[in-house]
Design a protein around this ligand. Structure first.
Ligand code: SF4
Length: 358
């Protein structure tokens, strides 16, 4: 690699100890709390994660508290953070730790890494911070810093670029302060070696940085291609029965698994090219659900929601129904609907459906 490893380690660790942000999960050495913070920080900004973390810790101060909780309550506290599989996996993993390890988070990478939702990054981050294991944790921030520091020109989303970054990370992690080191790299990526306009003149690694030397900091890391976002059309039915809206539960696997939402049909763009086609399709769905529609279907509006790999393009309708809710549907009083803790993509449809009812 050609870097003077000891000097690089010393410079970055000194910088970190002076400049690190005071974050709630940095004031603890409890492996459970450190683990929770790492799960929340994946795909979530630090500012957003802080309030969620504090609410979680207040409600579930220990691993046993979280293990004993209902998944519904955990998901409700998670509502708005997105990527709900993180919460589901964490809950399952914590239960496994409570049952199989008497509540002590395992310190061995094989055991911890085998828990639901725990990948190589989480293993390295949690075990280095909580137990001082010298494992390199490479997230997006670290990948960017190391690709620039070492001048990695291969795409970091391809095997060769990934390997080059991983090798550099493994060579640099110090045995005596791996937790601080991993956090220092992440902190540098967040505060100084930012995606756009890295602040090289304030960087403790400037003296050894290939990208700063070559003037390539703005073009590294190279990313070859992102996965395309797949558009999906959805027809959403706001069914009102006896002053309540009817909800169905999503399948137990996949996107927003197990969450309650308004009944909907989903298909490729262009499947329902006209209002008539949409109404026919929706009436078919309502019939299948066993809903007895009273009167017409009314169009409430359109909305969109984008996930990492799918975009929902939605038409929201409402109708009135007779009789009690058919089996499998759950009624929620109209005045409670907007207070439900749920995913943003679902909430958008609720707002449209309820707005038309006022
Ligand atoms: S010198 Fe610049 S490009 Fe290199 S690590 Fe520091 S901030 Fe990033």
């Amino acid at each position: 690699m050609g870097l003077p490893v000891a000097s690089v380690q010393q410079a970055l660790l000194e910088w970190y100890r002076k400049n690190r942000r005071d974050l709630p999960w940095r004031r603890t050495d409890d492996p459970y709390r450190i683990w929770l913070s790492e799960v929340m920080l994946q795909q979530t900004r630090v500012d957003t994660a802080i309030s969620y973390y504090e609410r979680f810790i207040e409600r579930f101060p220990t691993l046993h508290d979280l293990a004993a909780a209902d998944l519904d309550e955990v998901l409700a506290l998670w509502a708005g953070l997105g990527y709900y599989n993180r919460a589901r996996n964490l809950h399952a993993a914590v239960r496994e730790v409570a049952a199989a390890y008497s509540g002590r988070v395992p310190a061995e990478p094989e055991a911890f890494g085998a828990l639901p939702g725990v990948g190589p990054y989480t293993t390295a981050a949690v075990l280095s911070i909580a137990y001082g294991k010298p494992l390199p944790a490479v997230d997006g921030n670290v990948q960017r810093v190391l690709a620039r520091l070492c001048g990695v020109s291969e795409p970091v989303d391809r095997a060769s670029g990934r390997r080059a970054v991983q090798d550099a990370a493994a060579a640099l992690v110090p045995d005596d302060a791996p937790g601080d080191w991993n956090q220092a790299l992440m902190e540098l990526g967040a505060l100084v070696c930012r995606p756009a306009s890295p602040n090289c003149s304030a960087c403790p690694l400037r003296a050894w940085c290939r990208a700063a030397e070559d003037g390539t900091a703005d073009v590294l890391p190279v990313v070859q291609g992102r996965t395309a976002v797949r558009p999906v059309e959805r027809l959403v039915a706001g069914i009102v029965a006896d002053n309540a809206l009817l909800f169905v539960q999503r399948p137990s696997e996949g996107l927003l698994a197990g969450m309650w939402e308004l009944p909907a049909l989903e298909a490729a763009p262009g499947t329902w090219p006209s209002p008539l086609a949409r109404e026919r399709a929706l009436r078919g769905l309502l019939h299948e659900l066993g809903v007895r529609v009273q009167g017409t279907l009314r169009f409430c509006g359109r909305t969109e929601h984008r996930f990492s790999h799918v975009e929902w393009r939605m038409w929201v309708y409402r109708c009135d129904a007779q009789g009690p809710p058919p089996a499998g549907l759950r009624a929620v009083a109209l005045d409670r609907v907007l207070a439900l803790p749920t995913a943003t993509g679902i909430k958008k449809t609720l707002r449209l459906a309820v707005q038309q009812m006022g």
